[in-house]
Design a binder for this molecule. Structure first.
Ligand code: BTN
Length: 252
């Protein structure tokens, strides 16, 4: 850890560095299942042999260039149906931290991909442990493309490519932890409206008409926001449609 801006109270109190591992989410989940973790534990690495992305995809990241980490939360104040708030606050924390650290505009593509210059710069994978009707544990895995400057996919970029400057990965990690901790405390205090308001301000394509695809084909619609189950709400010809993550693709 390098420069401190403000100290988080519990996030990152215990930080573990693994030079390489399969996946920081897997490492964290294994420790959680053995009951070895305190809330706020962070594991970060320089290289993942089997980085996990959403929907069973791989998360591939050049060694030593980016931020790859997982943190452990115990949000037992959330019902399983409210777990989507963890996606919301983690996307918000990363987008705000990137904007502050690198001075670039960062947006959140629902539910929690962080975008800059219309390309993906960060992916987040939240995995929960549900017990006794609440979210007993959550592993929040965050992969930020910080300094990598070549990608196989054209729709992916990095903070460095957008800002034109090499970034300090650990400064960004610290900012994310400070901001995320503040959002965790808001969530715990039930300040849901404020969280959604902040999310809407950074939500990519909100209030604009764009092209999407669902099971019935391509259509035009306007993103209105999310409903109380975290589903995307899109207005199409004055009717509201609601989508879970796998049910809609953003076209352009
Ligand atoms: C996505 O598909 O957009 C989510 C990617 C999440 C990647 C991060 S990198 C750190 C953590 N460990 C993993 O194996 N995955 C997450």
């Amino acid at each position: 850890m390098h420069k401190y801006f403000a100290k988080p109270l519990f996030l990152g109190k215990k930080v573990e560095f693994l030079p390489e591992c399969h996946s920081t989410n897997e490492e964290m989940m294994a420790r959680a299942k053995q009951g070895l973790l305190q809330e706020g534990h962070v594991i970060y690495t320089d290289y993942q042999q089997k980085g996990k992305g959403q929907r069973g995809n791989a998360w591939i990241s050049a060694p030593g260039e980016n931020l790859l980490f997982s943190l452990y939360l115990q949000p037992d104040y959330l019902l399983p149906g409210q777990a989507y708030y963890l996606n919301i606050i983690s996307g918000l924390a990363v987008a705000e931290a990137i904007a502050l650290t690198a001075g670039i505009t960062a947006e959140i593509k629902w539910p929690n991909d962080v975008y800059g210059s219309d390309r993906k710069i960060c992916g987040i994978l939240v995995e929960t442990i549900i017990d006794r009707g609440t979210v007993e544990g959550a592993v929040v895995g965050i992969g930020v493309n910080v300094n990598q400057s070549h990608f196989a996919l054209p729709e992916v970029t990095s903070v460095r490519m957008i800002s034109g400057r090499k970034q300090d990965r650990y400064e960004l990690l610290e900012r994310i932890m400070v901001i995320l901790e503040a959002y965790v405390l808001k969530l715990k205090a039930g300040e849901l409206e404020g969280i959604i308001g902040a999310y809407y301000r950074l939500m990519r394509w909100r209030g604009e008409v764009h092209e999407f695809r669902d099971v019935s084909g391509i259509f035009q619609g306007e993103i209105i926001g999310i409903d109380d189950r975290g589903r995307l709400t899109v207005k199409v010809n004055d009717h509201m449609r609601r989508y879970d993550v796998k049910e809609i693709t953003f076209v352009h």
